[in-house]
Write a protein that binds this ligand. Structure first.
Ligand SMILES: [Zn+2]
Length: 425
């Protein structure tokens, strides 16, 4: 009604860096460079074939660091805090607080796989010898078949009489998908059947309720999985406005209440701004888990058009409520009233026009919602999901004609927009 429409931007940030060596090193799980410390296994990351480093010589600083990283990864998965901290020296040394927080958070999140390897290492001699090492980290939260996520962490190491010691850890950079919540926050976690729900200290008391909401949302999202395999688990971080800004990096000026962030080849993690979402919290969680269910099985280059990707997430978020109560209705009406052209051009044209005007963003999501609603109503959910997968890997035109055996522009798209016009009248 009078309530301001909320924006949910489901854009997937890719945790794969751009540019030559780095991108290759991240994408290839066990490349020839560096040493991969492999613990655990998942279908997305085969166990390392790189042999375990053994007894690096006293002058082989990178070798010693690789050795320490592997021991640390094993210690984390085994739950051995002392061994995890040992990289920094007994008790963790100068990085004790950092290491303890990461250990606690990752253990609480149910880490079952963790790998660290040196991506780049650089000796620096000022003021004294130390090494800057970029660590390629893969982590897997939840059941052993979970999806591996990637993150790159900058670190400092200092050689000494007792061997090389970890002396500094940096937050992972924005261009790599931003810092993960477990890097920067003390996390409270509830692990349910389908969802790992986590929050910072501010919402610790609300976590039972937030977890229950996320479980209900997961049950709904599971009904829209594209592909043959359900996500092993959904990972949802509930943040305060400040945490939502820091976790996974500042997402610019857009007012985003939720994000589904692709953190690995398959892994997608969800971030929700609890305060921002307010009374729409359930819709936001369902919307974002809807992105996970529908996009997880696709590769980065397989992207459905904006109206389709957001439309299905909106449909899942709406969860069967009457379309007469749909909150973007007024802005859809306004948009359609001043838009001409074919239905197909309206559908494909809404998202590229996104920009400064909030109401147009609202309308774009809403037009997607009405069209997805109509497609599911008309052809059934299984056929719609088949169409969605085909449209993501090919084109809407081809997928529509193949799946529905109808001419897409004239027989499907026109019907979608006619339905939307009627619904918002
Ligand atoms: Zn979205």
């Amino acid at each position: 009604m009078g309530r301001r429409g909320w924006l949910v931007v489901g854009v997937l940030l890719l945790a794969v860096l751009v540019g030559g060596v780095v991108a290759v090193a991240v994408v290839v799980p066990s490349g020839p460079r560096g040493v991969l410390a492999a613990v655990g296994s998942a279908r997305t990351t085969p166990p390392s074939t790189v042999p375990t480093p053994s007894s690096p010589g006293p002058d082989d600083v990178p070798g010693q660091i690789a050795y320490a990283l592997e021991a640390q990864a094993r210690a984390l998965v085994a739950g051995d805090r002392a061994a995890f901290l040992a990289a920094g020296g007994p008790g963790g040394g100068p990085v004790a607080a950092e290491l303890n927080r990461r250990f606690d958070a990752l253990r609480a999140l149910g880490v079952t796989g963790y790998q660290q390897r040196i991506l780049t290492s650089e000796r620096r001699d000022s003021p004294t010898e130390h090494w800057y090492v970029l660590i390629a980290t893969k982590y897997c939260l939840g059941p052993p078949a979970c999806d591996y996520a990637d993150v790159q962490v900058g670190s400092y190491w200092t050689p000494g009489p007792d061997g090389v010691r970890l002396t500094g850890l940096l937050k992972s950079p924005l261009f790599g998908g931003g810092p993960r919540p477990w890097e920067v926050s003390a996390l409270h976690v509830r692990r349910g059947p389908r969802v790992i729900a986590a929050s910072g200290p501010a919402y610790a008391g609300r976590l039972p309720d937030l977890s229950a909401r996320a479980e209900r949302a997961a049950a709904i999202a599971d009904g829209f999985v594209v592909g043959s395999v359900n996500p092993p688990v959904y990972v949802v971080f509930f943040g305060s406005p400040a945490e939502a800004k820091e976790w996974f990096g500042d997402y610019g000026k857009e007012h985003t209440l939720g994000r589904a962030v692709r953190t690995g080849t398959v892994a997608i993690e969800v971030l929700v701004d609890v305060e921002g979402a307010g009374p729409d919290l359930d819709n936001v969680v369902m919307h974002e888990l809807g992105h996970v269910a529908t996009l997880r099985d696709l590769t980065q280059s397989q992207r459905p058009e904006g109206w389709l990707a957001e439309g299905v997430a909106e449909y899942i978020g709406n969860n069967g409520r009457p379309i007469s109560q749909y909150q973007r209705r007024a802005n859809v009406r306004r948009y359609l009233a001043q838009t001409t052209g074919s239905a197909h051009s309206i559908l494909t044209g809404t998202f590229p026009q996104l920009g400064k005007e909030t109401w147009k963003v609202d309308a774009a999501y809403g037009i997607g919602f009405y069209c997805v609603h109509r497609l599911i109503e008309r052809f059934g959910r299984p056929a719609f999901l088949t169409f969605f997968a085909a449209a993501a890997t090919g084109s809407v035109l081809g997928a529509g004609e193949k799946t529905f055996k109808l001419n897409w522009p004239d027989d499907v798209a026109e019907d979608c927009i006619a339905f939307a016009r009627n619904a918002v009248r």
